[in-house]
Design a protein around this ligand. Structure first.
Ligand code: GDP
Ligand code: IMO
Ligand code: MG
Length: 432
């Protein structure tokens, strides 16, 4: 399959990183097309754990070229830090990693704007604090956005920052709402000096990645697109406004990588065997049942703490209403069910098959947060299993109840389950 996309069908952290890594050796390119260092993708390979925020998961595979497309937002120090960490671990990226000249750059004022917005009494989203939203705002607002290619032209960059930073200082003083004295105005010259320093280190990676990918498709290369975040965090189709600021669905590929949709022939939807969410927003199947409850038990066993912020992830039952909705939007051809091992030992499992909204049953997912808040889950309860399944390598190694759970997910979502994951390691995988 020349063009394939791996996309999360819940609220992120579905273990997309593991699937991208598993498929990695079958592809020539792995491409990020949305988000930035708000993502946290974990891969466990040969006993080593890799955590990637900004770089595509392909970077740990020796023969894969990794591409950061124009739709990604870049915080240069983070980019260089990740490259440095990999280098320290023996992975040399020169030549195999490229960065779009059209990707937008995150500056200190973006972080500051986000901090001020998130520290107000109202309107919090529960973001990762990485400057993602304000950077995308500047991108679509057009007056203040600065792209990677502009970092490579010192006089131009200085001019741009001399224009942008005074505006930002005024904006932040207004945002600070009476506490402006606590804010130190940012200095355009200091920011220019800092970013021109990064620019020299970044220069070798920068290229026109859209053209590179178009050439790759023309030459019959195999390209894997790695979505960041989950489809329920997509800016258009997610649980707005509690979403991220980019298109995490495969629809983001055309805009975020410059690759026409007709090149994407296989879409792999990734789901957890249950559901998690970090940050604010409605979550109908949430297990908010206290320190002794099932939610806490699943959080502990699944180690459900954010890779980026360390925040405890909110945990709940598998929501088939939500996944049917996102699978349809994504055009998923199949699903992979991850972290099934985490559910071992629970006497019974709930699957959400419909919602009750004002005493009416619906199987439709209302993605507006104010509507979703009113939905109560309707569950189907099925038996759990006691056995440890982390050593299972084929479906027949799984207890009958675990197979029935997967069968029911298949029926409810209406897609074949092609991979089942029973542990974080590459080898802890059942290829169906
Ligand atoms: P991503 O953002 O979608 O790539 O997912 P994250 O890496 O943020 O979160 C998934 C977490 O689950 C990581 O810590 C993985 O190492 C871990 N993981 C992946 N698959 C499995 C699995 O089948 N079982 C368990 N217990 N952990 C897994
Ligand atoms: P991966 O790629 C889970 C969430 C944040 C917050 C909302 C907006 O690892 O699946 P942002 O910083 O993007 O403006 O925050 O989106 N969020 C994620 N949740 N996994 C992610 O990425 C996320 N990236 C952002 O918690 O609720
Ligand atoms: Mg993650």
């Amino acid at each position: 399959m020349p063009g394939t996309c791996v996309v999360g069908l819940q609220w992120g952290d579905e273990a997309k990183g593991k699937i991208v890594d598993l498929l990695g050796d079958k592809f020539d390119f792995v491409v990020r097309y949305n988000g930035g260092a708000n993502a946290g993708h974990t891969v466990v390979a040969n006993g080593k754990t890799f955590k990637l925020s900004l770089l595509p998961t392909g970077v740990i595979r020796p023969n894969v070229r990794s591409v950061i497309g124009n739709g990604v937002v870049i915080y240069p120090p983070r980019f260089l830090e990740e490259v440095g960490q990999l280098r320290a671990g023996g992975i040399e990226l020169s030549g195999s990693l490229v960065l779009s000249d059209h990707a937008h750059v995150i500056f200190p004022y973006h972080m500051e704007e986000e901090r001020l917005a998130e520290s107000g009494a109202e309107g919090k989203i529960g973001t990762t604090g990485r400057g993602i939203g304000p950077c995308y705002q500047d991108k679509v607002g057009r007056r203040f956005g600065i792209r990677v290619g502009e970092l490579l032209h010192p006089a131009h960059l200085r001019d741009r920052l001399r224009y942008v930073v005074p505006f930002k200082n005024r904006l932040m003083a207004a945002f600070a709402n009476g506490h402006a004295s606590a804010l130190k105005p940012l200095d355009p010259e200091a920011i220019s000096d800092e970013y021109l320093g990064y620019a020299e280190s970044i220069r070798p990676y920068v290229t026109d990645t859209s053209r590179l990918l178009q050439d790759a498709f023309r030459d019959g290369k195999r390209v894997l697109f790695e979505a960041a975040q989950g489809s329920l965090l997509d800016v258009d189709h997610g649980t707005y406004p509690y979403v991220t600021s980019s298109s995490s669905l495969p629809s983001g590929i055309w805009g975020g990588a410059g690759v026409p949709a007709k090149n994407i022939q296989r879409i792999i939807g990734v789901v957890k065997a249950y559901t998690t969410r970090v940050g604010k927003g409605p979550f109908p199947t949430e297990l908010d049942d206290g320190p002794e409850g099932l939610g806490e038990r699943i959080r502990k066993i699944g180690r459900e703490y954010g890779t980026v912020t360390g925040r405890p992830r909110r945990v709940g039952w598998f929501d088939a209403v939500a996944v049917r909705y996102t699978a349809a939007l994504a055009g998923a051809d199949e699903i992979t069910v991850m972290l099934l091992d985490v559910l071992s030992g629970l006497p019974e499992l709930n699957l959400c098959t419909a919602y009750d909204i004002d005493n009416e049953r619906t199987t439709h997912f209302p993605s507006d947060s104010f509507q979703l808040e009113r939905c109560r889950p309707i569950y189907e309860t099925i038996p759990g299993w006691r056995e440890d399944i982390t050593a299972a390598r084929t479906l027949s190694d799984l207890p009958t109840a675990a197979r029935q759970y997967l069968d029911r997910i298949e029926e409810l979502v209406g897609l074949r389950v092609t991979v089942v994951s029973v542990g974080p390691d590459r080898v802890q995988t059942i290829l169906v």
